[in-house]
Design a binder for this molecule. Structure first.
Ligand SMILES: [Zn+2]
Length: 491
């Protein structure tokens, strides 16, 4: 391949102040985790879409007529371009999850191995720390166990941790011999004891297709046994490695870099849809999607990567799943590293890899906590009791930004004299929502951390002021009102 080189948000009631608590550390709903890598896919394409200067034969090596290529991938704005290239990533993952690495908006994701090519990158993400001895792709068997090998030792995961990747070097990186992981890699034809007609057809294709790249097949050939394996064997922890985005860049074919990037996005969607349709995976599966290294920039260096090509250390990391707050494209956040991926994979399935392997970097906290940082935030009502004057009041949301530290309050307009407040995740998006009671009852849906949609009036009782009790699972009890019966607010 020419790879040259928390559970959230219990509300603790105390007077009129409520705490939005994230209990930190581990995800609660995720039971299965999938790490997906598209080799050498630049953050530039992820965040800005196709690069105009490369949409031609001269600098982009395109065999496709420029006009056709532009029709496929060129759009006037960055946001349209990236959505055209990666419809699932931007239409679903970035809406319901988080994505790091857009340096233009203050989010940096990097490899720390100092080499910025494949084996050092896969080693860093899979073991949690760089190994300076690994200085070539032909390094041989990885001396350090990966987080996948580590997880496979637990009873609940044993035999259900798998590596599916096009590159044959994954056999060494994940140490096939020692780790005993389920592996489908390189040109090894998928074999089954009892072959169906389509199994036999797939095996014949593997056995007879011209090996344009002797290190591995096209991505589409991996997708077939991958989906079959997921449906039949139901793995708990899965690694998926696609290679074409790197291969075509090394070949200097920007048209095929874009086509394979677009297909990669489709393959991720296909895997997501397949898993979400299965009861074993629905609403309890997290995807971490990333790349092993960046590449150079400009008219020539986009083809290659490594220490020579400046910027090759820059990557991107996206996460979607039931425990990750929908904060979308992250901006102005602390940098994240590739080494953090290993402990993040483990944390999603409830295991503390960093404690077991202290050299490994800590998990990426913001994707594991529904409030985004693991500290409790506070919501207060500012109504005075007894009312001094009647006038519009507010909820005050103090988002935590560290232990015992809070941002300046964000005000959310409420009605007249709100007196009661309760919180529960009423629309099941992982973010706690608020219900306040004044002389009516209003619902404030939290759309991203500390941001609430305009209130929806649930009850406009006028003279009756209902009380609200602490939430139970997914609903808030509308307590005895000053008048009227007890009710429940549910969605
Ligand atoms: Zn690579």
């Amino acid at each position: 391949m020419m790879r040259r080189s928390y559970r959230a948000i219990r509300i603790i009631a105390a007077g009129a102040a409520w705490l939005l608590c994230a209990s930190a550390a581990f995800a609660a709903k995720t039971q299965n985790v999938v790490l997906i890598v598209s080799d050498g896919l630049r953050w530039q394409e992820i965040f800005t879409g196709a690069e105009e200067d490369l949409l031609n034969d001269t600098t982009g090596g395109s065999w496709l007529p420029e006009e056709d290529l532009r029709k496929r991938y060129w759009r006037a704005s960055e946001s349209e371009r990236r959505a055209a290239l990666f419809p699932f990533l931007w239409g679903t993952v970035a809406k319901r999850g988080q994505i790091f690495g857009n340096q233009a908006v203050g989010s940096v994701a990097q490899v720390i191995n100092g080499m910025a090519f494949s084996y050092p990158g896969y080693n860093e993400m899979a073991t949690g720390f760089p190994n300076p001895a690994i200085d070539r792709n032909e390094f041989g068997p990885n001396p350090n166990p990966t987080v996948f090998e580590w997880l496979n030792k637990f009873d609940e995961f044993k035999g259900r941790v798998a590596i599916y990747g096009t590159w044959n070097a994954f056999d060494e990186i994940f140490n096939k011999k020692r780790s005993g992981l389920v592996m489908q890699t390189g040109w090894t034809a998928p074999k089954k004891p009892h072959e169906s007609a389509s199994d036999a057809l797939l095996r014949r294709v593997y056995e007879t297709l011209t090996e344009v790249d002797e290190e591995g097949p096209p991505d589409a050939l991996l997708q077939i046994p991958l989906l079959d394996y997921v449906v039949t064997a139901k793995p708990r922890v899965l690694f998926v490695g696609y290679g074409e985005t790197d291969d075509w860049a090394h070949q200097g074919r920007y048209d095929l870099v874009l086509d394979s990037a677009h297909r990669f996005d489709f393959f991720v969607k296909q895997l997501w849809d397949t898993m979400q349709a299965m009861p074993e995976y629905r609403d309890k599966t997290t995807f971490i999607i990333t790349t092993d290294h960046g590449r150079g920039s400009g008219l020539t260096e986009w083809k290659e990567h490594g220490v020579e090509e400046k910027g090759s250390e820059n990557i991107w990391i996206a996460v979607i799943g039931p425990d990750t707050a929908p904060l979308g494209e992250r901006n102005h956040v602390a940098p994240v590293t590739q080494a953090q991926i290993a402990a993040t994979v483990a944390a999603f399935v409830g295991k503390d890899y960093h404690a077991a392997v202290p050299r490994a970097a800590e998990p990426i906290a913001p994707v594991l906590e529904s409030t985004g940082n693991g500290f409790a935030s506070i919501v207060a009502l500012n109504a005075l009791q007894p009312d001094q004057t009647l006038g519009p009041d507010n909820l005050k949301v103090y988002l935590s930004n560290g232990a015992g530290a809070f941002a300046l309050p964000a005000y959310v307009a409420d009605g007249i004299g709100p007196l009661y407040l309760a919180s529960a995740d009423l629309n099941h998006d992982g973010l706690p929502d608020l219900v306040s009671a004044d002389y009516g009852v209003s619902l404030f849906l939290q759309t991203s951390a500390g941001v609430f949609a305009p209130p929806v009036s649930l009850y406009s009782g006028g003279a009756c002021r209902p009380s609200l009790s602490a939430p139970e699972k997914g609903y808030i009890r509308l307590g005895p009102a000053y008048c009227g019966p007890t009710n429940q607010l549910t969605n």
